[in-house]
Design a protein around this ligand. Structure first.
Ligand code: GLN
Length: 382
């Protein structure tokens, strides 16, 4: 039994099969988290990506029933260095190998995850394929198939991962706010973080229009993370414009930040290899405070880093930057209650430094409720 990882530029890594056997295609990316493989595997933002873990031992704590961030594995392929031989944890129900096999996820164990990561850092994220089984076709043939597979640039994927039907996550304790959360690939922890702050969260499909969202008369609107190229999300940009025009408090994360940027008139671009991990240093430019944060993005918003800039909704500014590469990590409207971040304050997995952003969203909803007697207009800056 053999397995091979073939990159679009012709680089090839030989290894052994891990999880299901067969073949799979996707964008080859790497994740630097030492923990949280279950959350990574089940994060819908990884749809159509083959994820390589830089941590050398994966699967050590097995697979439990509590940590998944959605009902299935979304990565299209999985690359590890050394799978755990004996998983061990009191919560473990099965091995990661068995879980990937049950979920039909083709993986590979290769000795060179470090070489792979360095290659992607230099050449950038690119298309790839994992192939495993008894007798594989010649590498030239596999490479041709990789080169025929779809690229991430231009991929419109949010509707493929979104909920088909709206559902409600009830507030924990007394209800303080109604939140309309547009699911572009939402992780389970996100509505949970809002619910534990008194939000009744109405999770809506990615196809929702501004009218669908505003029909709930929400105190605030949230746009989630999600897979694909934000340049394709015209429908969601249009919906968000309607929400902003109605003056609703808004909070977006990751894909939601990119859609907010586009709604403000900014463009997005593809990063060379992206940010995926749980230790990215992000600075809040208002306070100077640095948060160590969880990331999973391959695209970013292009915005002026110095000073404010004009948008159809008044002046805005870049609120957060990544200290590694000066990438835009957050945006806010100065005179209206709308803001977003490019990273993951729900921290599943990851450090909890950014949890206060959910409190900030609640504070904006509270201020808007007070100002407007719970009607639809608010004018307090985020
Ligand atoms: N986690 C996300 O929301 C990712 C957003 C977008 N798909 C990107 O890769 O940048």
């Amino acid at each position: 039994m053999t397995a091979v990882l073939v990159l679009e530029d012709g680089r090839v890594f030989h290894g052994t099969p891990y999880g299901a056997q067969g073949e799979t295609f996707g964008e080859m990316v790497f994740n630097t988290g030492m923990t949280g493989y279950q959350e990574t595997l089940t994060d819908p933002s990884y749809h159509r990506q083959i994820v390589a873990m830089t941590a050398p031992h994966i699967g050590n704590t097995g697979v439990n029933d509590e940590d998944p961030e959605s009902s299935r594995v979304w990565v299209s392929g999985y690359v590890v260095r050394e799978p755990a031989r004996i998983p061990s944890n009191w919560r473990s129900r099965r091995s990661l190998d068995d879980y990937l096999r049950d979920q039909g996820v083709v993986g590979i164990a290769i000795p060179g995850t470090r070489a792979l990561t360095r290659h992607l850092r230099e050449r950038g994220a690119m298309r790839a394929g994992v192939f495993s089984g008894e007798a594989l076709a010649p590498v030239e043939e596999l490479l041709a198939r990789v080169r025929n597979s779809p690229a991430m640039e231009g991929a419109d994927l949010a509707e493929a991962v979104s909920t088909a039907q709206p559902y409600v996550v009830p507030a924990v304790g007394a209800k303080r706010f109604t939140v309309a959360a547009v699911d572009l690939g939402i992780k389970a922890m996100t509505p949970h973080r809002m619910a534990e702050r008194g939000c009744e969260v109405h999770v809506l499909p990615a196809s929702s229009t501004a009218e669908d969202i505003l029909a709930l008369d929400p105190d605030g609107v949230f746009f989630s993370n999600g897979p694909g190229d934000p340049a394709t999300a015209d429908h969601q940009v249009e919906a968000l414009r309607g929400v902003l025009e109605a003056g609703k408090p808004f909070f977006g994360i990751c894909f939601g930040n990119q859609i907010f940027g586009r709604a403000l008139g900014l463009g997005t671009y593809k990063l060379r290899y992206g940010h995926r991990g749980v230790n990215q240093p992000v600075q809040d430019r208002r306070t100077g405070k640095v948060e160590i944060s969880a990331h999973n993005h391959g695209f970013a918003v292009r915005a002026p880093l110095d000073g404010s800039f004009d948008t159809p909704y008044g002046p805005a500014e870049v609120s957060h930057v990544n200290l590694n590469d000066d990438c835009v990590e957050g945006l806010r409207l100065i005179d209206r209650p709308a803001f977003s971040v490019q990273y993951h304050p729900e921290a599943a997995a990851g450090p909890h430094d950014s949890a206060g952003l959910f409190d900030r969203f609640c504070a904006l909803m509270e201020a808007t409720q007070e100002e407007t007697g719970n009607t639809t207009r608010g004018n307090k800056g985020a």
